[in-house]
Design a protein around this ligand. Structure first.
Ligand code: JFZ
Length: 474
């Protein structure tokens, strides 16, 4: 008995000691590490989202019927049997695909990162996968791996590269999850499955397709900047979300994980609802994923394009509230990004060439009143918000050591006439000029306490948005 006690004591001491002596395991995910791997993302502000897959061929139409809503859901909406959907792979030959042209467009648009669908809910892999033959290299006449080509084209231009992966929903793998709720105007189905081949066990799908494909993506395509998971549904438990996250960071410690992984898992940044921009500035890392028309995947009859001035407003609105803008293009079945998308993005890019200093690396507004105010409650008594969109503001801190003062950037959407007045200024304005003026000729300033008035030219120098920089005295 005594011996036993002694033994126990020794064991306890030994274990305690071994804990004390092993060098502290490198903390997996300290706040500092998170912040360090987020650095580029916080500065980038503007990224390109690409939804591209077999759904670009039907482009919204199946068997003579044109479906409402987002095009990449056509397999679900039209309840397309797997055997028929697989036929699309046999026709998929996007010979006009040009990775360099896509990456160049992202660069011309002023976008700093690019995230492409590697596998959407339809289950088709847009990359060469040894794990599952239903992929672009093995199942199409095209046979090329667009993700390989894009990764290289982005690397060449210093654009960060990442991929979207539908980790829970998979409509063509046995056991893959399928959305059960209402989807726009669809009826609610008692059994969400429409094909016998969809029956199976989720855990089997998850461990034999999802995890191994994510492993392939993080092993074979160079440094990955982001993995963008989506629609976790109920099956993505805390435990499963954790396994995915662990896999990502084991393979690539600096890769960011987006906000739709599942469980209560705390990802690197939050995704807002699609096309949703918060009313007010918000702390923390967040991103608004958004469409240029009303679909992510290409649809032949969706011509409801946003206008360049609206895109610039949204980009600025988001950045002034502290977020990033992930703006989508949906290339067609030949591999071409629709011309209207290209044209609009180039206009935004041209504006950014002049005004990018006020966007990249800039912080959210120190004001707030410019966003708008609570409106009168609606008929149901629910509170409303009345937005204002005359101007927005971003800031940059003083660049350390140089003695340069901090900067405020005012984006003027409605030209205020010859005077721009702002209240609530902290600090003393030292100099003001328009970014559109390459000479940065100083504008007349008058400051009365916290109220600043800048004298402007009579007409706006930029029809999209003119940026007024106010430098504060050190
Ligand atoms: C999902 C996908 O189903 C869709 O096809 C597309 O890929 C989009 C980017 O993401 O749709 C969502 C997911 C989450 C929300 C809205 C649409 N949300 O949180 O509001």
């Amino acid at each position: 008995m005594n011996h036993l006690k002694y033994l126990l004591l020794v064991v306890v001491v030994a274990t305690t000691n071994s804990f004390a002596q092993t060098p502290a395991e490198p903390a997996k995910d300290t706040a500092a590490q998170r912040e360090a791997r987020m650095q580029w993302w916080r500065e980038a502000k503007f990224g390109m989202f690409i939804h591209w897959g077999l759904y670009a061929l039907p482009a919204g139409e199946w068997q003579g019927k044109y479906y409402d809503g987002i095009g990449e859901w056509i397999m679900f909406k039209a309840r397309i049997p797997l055997a028929d959907y697989e036929q699309l792979a046999r026709q998929f030959n996007p010979v006009k695909f040009d990775a360099d042209a896509w990456a160049q467009l992202a660069q011309d648009a002023g976008m700093k990162y690019l995230i492409i669908t590697s596998k959407h809910h339809d289950g088709f892999a847009m990359f060469g996968s040894k794990v599952d033959a239903f992929n672009i290299v093995d199942a199409t006449p095209f046979k090329r791996d667009p993700l390989k080509e894009l990764a290289a084209a982005c690397a060449k231009r210093g654009i960060k590269f990442g991929f979207y992966y539908s980790q829970a929903q998979d409509w063509s793998a046995p056991g893959g999850a399928i959305w059960e709720g209402r989807h726009e105007n669809d009826p609610v189905f008692a059994d969400p499955r429409w094909d016998k081949r969809q029956h199976g066990d989720f855990e089997t799908y998850f461990s034999t397709k999802a995890l191994p494909q994510v492993r392939e993506l993080l092993s074979n395509y160079g440094p990955m900047a982001v993995v963008w998971f989506d629609t976790p549904l109920k099956v993505m438990s805390e435990e499963r979300a954790g396994r995915l996250e662990k896999l990502v960071h084991e393979l690539q410690p600096n890769c960011l994980v987006s906000g739709r992984l599942g469980g209560k898992f705390q990802s690197d940044y939050a995704s807002e609802g699609d096309n949703k921009i918060p009313n007010l500035a918000r702390a923390g890392a967040w991103e608004t994923p958004a469409t240029l028309n009303d679909t992510w995947g290409f649809k032949k009859h969706d011509h409801n394009w946003k206008k360049p001035d609206d895109l610039v407003f949204k980009l600025v609105d988001i950045v002034s509230k502290g977020g990033n803008y992930l703006l989508n293009v949906g290339p067609d079945g030949e591999g071409v990004i629709p011309k209207p998308s290209q044209d609009m993005l180039c206009k935004v890019g041209a504006w950014l060439k002049v005004n990018g200093a006020a966007v990249y690396g800039a912080d959210r507004s120190p004001f707030g009143a410019e966003f708008g105010a609570a409106g009168t409650p609606d008929a149901k008594g629910k509170s409303t918000f009345k937005p204002r969109n005359d101007w927005r503001c971003t800031t940059k801190p003083p660049s350390t050591g140089s003695g340069q003062a901090g900067k405020l950037y005012f984006f003027l959407f409605k030209w205020p006439g010859e005077k721009f007045t702002v209240a609530g200024l902290k600090g003393k304005a030292a100099k003001a000029y328009l970014l559109a003026d390459p000479a940065h000729k100083p504008l007349a300033l008058a400051q009365d306490g916290a109220q600043l008035t800048v004298t402007l030219p009579a007409a706006a120098p930029d029809p999209l948005a003119s940026v007024l920089c106010v430098e504060l005295a050190p």
